[in-house]
Design a protein around this ligand. Structure first.
Ligand SMILES: [Zn+2]
Length: 407
């Protein structure tokens, strides 16, 4: 296989998690009587542009036939993140009722609603019908399409170029990152701004967040690689910010290459930081597998030990990252009895691969157990705070990453 960005031959493996079902393919009771499809979950690294990427495999399109859709608005911390982002952009870019904002992969409209509320025209691009419908109910106009070069050109022809294009947790998920970036270029006004948020490969490596690896997550990005992808499409990164979201994300600000805005010192500063963290050293990438294996071993040992002494362990948050961790570790319902999740669409279903049942959060208070493993460690603080009453019942909270910790 060749690199999705620079086309160099891929010689090196970053992480091999064996085989796993798609991490969002939650199962109904009836599905449990059918065979389950597993795909290879292997991540490669390009030694030319340092793009870390999933390996191609056959029938990749099957992943996207899933009936299940993620609704962003189920996380309260995300809602406030989106609101703060919108307020910042409106002020800093001076957006008003003459401006135009486009969001690629606008999901259920939770972000664009903040622009609609103050009368700034906007358009969401979202191929998933259920989330697009939810956005429209909030008053957010939506085009049911995938964002890419063809769509960008179409918008440009219709004089629908944007002052601001938002890509919030979509850049790492697009199969053809070059095509998506050319779409950004085509749909951007001459003086327009792009902001892209994505989990930072540097923190993924530093904090051993190997569970953020799943099939639909095609790219694992550093600023050094994004700058190269932007440049090939005629764009320039002129600013970058570090965000705490998803355990450590970057917000990269883009513009046309010939835009008069100067590139801020934040860009060279972050590039230096990435070099200090070894992101231009192949050994940094090649040693990651051992760290994932240690986390898996520690979790499995903990679960088996609790079972032996008669303690019950359950989990919180039926997130995609939880499925990566549990399937890699081979955990089944004998080790984790159930998982609670606030998303109605998941309740009553089963986790793919592990077949652990997903229950309403009320069950945390109706049932007896000793430990609760928080699978989405990025919302661990929020989860502990919301469920402090469990501590009165002597329940202990546990996270597995970056290392097994009883909170
Ligand atoms: Zn490459």
């Amino acid at each position: 296989m060749n690199c999705r960005h620079c086309k160099a031959f891929l010689k090196h493996t970053f992480l091999d998690l064996g085989f796993a079902p798609p991490s969002n393919a939650y199962l109904s009771k009836e599905d449990l009587n059918h065979p389950e499809v597993y795909f290879p979950l292997k991540i490669r690294v390009c030694d030319q542009c340092w793009l870390v990427q999933t390996e191609d495999y056959v029938q990749a399109d099957k992943l996207f036939s899933s009936k299940y859709a993620y609704f962003s608005s189920t996380s309260s911390s995300w809602l406030s993140h989106a609101r703060q982002y919108a307020e910042k952009m409106i002020t800093e870019l001076g957006l008003n009722n003459q401006s135009f904002v486009i969001e690629a992969a606008s999901n259920d409209g939770y972000l664009l609603k903040n622009f609609v509320d103050v009368g700034i025209p906007c358009l969401g691009i979202e191929p998933t019908d259920s989330t697009a419908t939810a956005a429209e109910q909030l008053g957010v106009p939506v085009m049911r399409e995938f964002f890419g070069e063809a769509l960008g050109r179409q918008l440009s022809k219709k004089s629908q170029q944007a002052d601001l294009i938002v890509g919030n947790n979509v850049y790492a998920h697009v199969p053809d990152i070059n095509d998506f970036t050319r779409g950004l270029k085509a749909a951007l006004k001459p003086s327009g701004t792009i902001t892209l948020e994505f989990p930072h490969l540097m923190t993924l490596i530093e904090q051993a967040q190997f569970d953020t690896v799943y099939h639909e997550h095609f790219s694992y990005l550093s600023l050094q690689t994004v700058i190269q992808i932007f440049s090939a499409a005629g764009l320039r990164a002129w600013n970058v910010e570090e965000l705490p979201t998803h355990g450590g994300s970057l917000r990269v600000y883009g513009c046309h290459q010939d835009d008069p805005r100067l590139t801020k010192a934040t860009v060279s500063g972050m590039l230096q930081k990435e070099i200090r963290h070894g992101l231009q050293d192949l050994n940094t990438y090649l040693s990651f597998q051992f760290r994932a294996e240690k986390i898996k071993d520690d979790l499995v040992s903990f679960l088996i030990e609790q079972k032996r002494v008669g303690k019950k362990v359950v989990a919180y948050g039926a997130a995609a990252k939880g499925n990566t961790l549990l399937n890699y570790a081979g955990v089944k319902p004998d080790l984790i009895g159930f998982v609670c999740d606030a998303a109605k669409a998941k309740q009553g279903k089963f986790m793919p691969g592990s077949h652990i049942p997903i229950l309403h959060p009320n069950e945390m208070f109706n049932r007896q157990f000793d430990y609760i493993l928080i699978l989405p460690w990025n919302i661990a603080a929020e989860t502990v705070k919301q469920n402090e009453e469990l501590k009165k019942k002597d329940v202990r909270f546990v996270i597995a990453i970056p290392e097994l910790t009883v909170l």
